[in-house]
Ligand binder design. Structure first.
Ligand code: SDX
Length: 425
């Protein structure tokens, strides 16, 4: 129900257009602009900078304050006290699980980690040097071929099973993408390992020896999964919601999210950060790259910096930076050159008027790649890891969309093309 009203006056209109204004539990009020259509007008907001496309209860971001809440819980507290699967439960259900609920949830996920044996045939159509994101988009989309008939998207139980399958299978598929690229056999999941340990086992284990995942690396891996789990209506989540609004198969919707995430402006930034740091190569070249990032005539941007919503530190980047220090110390990697470049780059950028004025801070992607590299994960797999982590966010929003009456998403436009004209006689 509208709390307040906005009145829009437009030159030439005798009466103001009355627009309902709604308040949420947190964040800015929203103006319901739907009455505009009745007045023959649309809103205009390229890039959806000022558009709330939906109502949601899952995640809240205060970009000015650098706050990120999942189900009301600050990301810093979840990173400190929770783990990825517990956050998956929270995102799906809106509440943290009881110990019994968590045990049941973890057990269910473990029993869905294998993929259909024929899925492995699917990989062999790709070249070994195919980008793993290209393989992942295809393989996850292909899951809809295996589960196309056991899914009534209006049935909450069917949606729940679909969410469990995806959370459980994404690590298996991600690891298969990596194993395929290095010509090693796929590793089956092991139910005696926890989620992150199992992923490291499938990534780095092999049939010739017993692989014991490092508890330190598994903990860091789980924290990376947790920090990337969800982030409100970002580009890939909005893509999944829009694809889902047509009633499409959820596995196909998740594949659309993976495709949207791949871009360097979004989830592809973690791979681009490492490439940038390696290209900088030495602290002496930082100034040159910062100058390029500030040059309006140079398309180069400081990867891992800036954010559509955060006009302060991305709280995930702070946790990631701390985790980075912990992992490198545990691994005895003292002077990681890329970390030194990253920290110096951050320091220079945060003192530079160009970045200060535009409120550009490190985002989630700035430090994550250094941790992943220390764990032994190749750069091309970074966005695959992001997609693995974000799947719970995507499917939670997809589920929320289908949990209440909904409409197909169909934005309009400001048309500036030719007016009606006849085909030449
Ligand atoms: C993710 O939305 C989410 O929540 C995403 C995400 C998630 O968890 O889902 O948080 C994950 O995608 C993080 C962002 C990863 N991308 C990068 O690190 C790529 C580098 N960053 C930029 O491309 C950019 O900051 C964006 C895309 C992230 C945000 O772009 P916006 O909001 O469209 O901002 P903008 O392009 O309008 O920039 C405003 C100004 C511009 O300068 P002026 O035109 O005012 O002179 O800031 C400048 C931009 O040129 N700018 C940068 C910059 N980012 C913005 N200049 C140099 N380097 C940068 N990184």
């Amino acid at each position: 129900m509208a709390d307040k009203k906005a009145r829009l006056t437009i030159d030439g209109l005798d009466e103001a257009i009355e627009l309902p204004v709604y308040s949420g539990t947190e964040g800015p009020d929203v103006v319901d602009v739907r009455p505009l259509t009745g007045n023959g007008r649309f809103t205009y907001d390229p890039g959806f900078v000022s558009t709330a496309a939906c109502e949601s209860k899952i995640t809240y971001i205060d970009g000015g304050a650098g706050v990120l809440l999942h189900g009301g819980y600050p990301i810093e507290q979840l990173a400190e006290h929770s783990d990825y699967l517990e956050v998956c439960y929270l995102l799906l259900n809106g509440e943290l699980p009881t110990p019994e609920q968590k045990e049941e949830f973890v057990g269910t996920i473990k029993r869905h980690t294998m993929v259909h044996e024929q899925m492995s045939d699917f990989f062999h159509g790709f070249r070994r040097d195919a980008h793993p994101m290209a393989i992942m988009v295809a393989v996850v989309g292909a899951l809809s071929a295996f589960y196309h008939d056991s899914l009534d998207i209006d049935d909450a139980y069917h949606r729940e099973v679909c969410a469990y399958r995806l959370v459980a299978k994404m690590p298996t598929i991600a690891a298969m993408c990596y194993k395929y690229s290095i010509g090693q056999p796929f590793q089956y999941p092991r139910n005696d390992l926890n989620y992150a340990e199992n992923f490291l086992h499938m990534m780095f284990g092999n049939p010739c020896e017993d692989y014991k995942p490092s508890p330190v690396l598994a903990k860091a891996m789980d924290k990376i999964f947790l920090l990337h789990a969800d982030h409100e209506q970002n580009a890939s989540t909005s893509t999944v919601r829009l694809a889902g609004s047509s009633g499409a198969n959820p596995f196909a919707c998740i594949a659309s999210g993976i495709a949207a995430l791949w871009g360097p402006a979004h989830g592809g930034a973690n791979e681009a950060v490492l490439t940038m740091l390696e290209e900088i190569g030495d602290e002496s070249k930082i100034e040159e790259f910062v100058a390029r990032a500030k040059d309006p005539n140079d398309s180069f941007r400081l990867m891992g910096f800036g954010h559509r919503v955060y006009r302060n530190f991305d709280p995930r980047a702070k946790v990631m930076k701390q985790t980075c220090d912990e992992v490198l110390a545990e691994l005895g990697i003292e002077d990681e050159p890329l970390l030194k470049i990253a920290k110096r780059l951050e320091q220079i950028a945060l003192e530079d008027e160009y970045f200060v004025q535009r409120k550009l801070y490190p985002n989630v992607d700035f430090y994550s790649g250094i941790i992943l590299k220390a764990i032994g994960i190749p750069t091309t797999m970074f966005t695959v890891i992001f997609a693995l982590s974000r799947t719970i966010g995507w499917i939670s929003h997809w589920n929320e969309f289908h949990s209440s009456p909904n409409k197909i998403g169909r934005p309009r436009q400001l048309y500036t093309g030719p007016s009606k004209r006849d085909y030449p006689a």
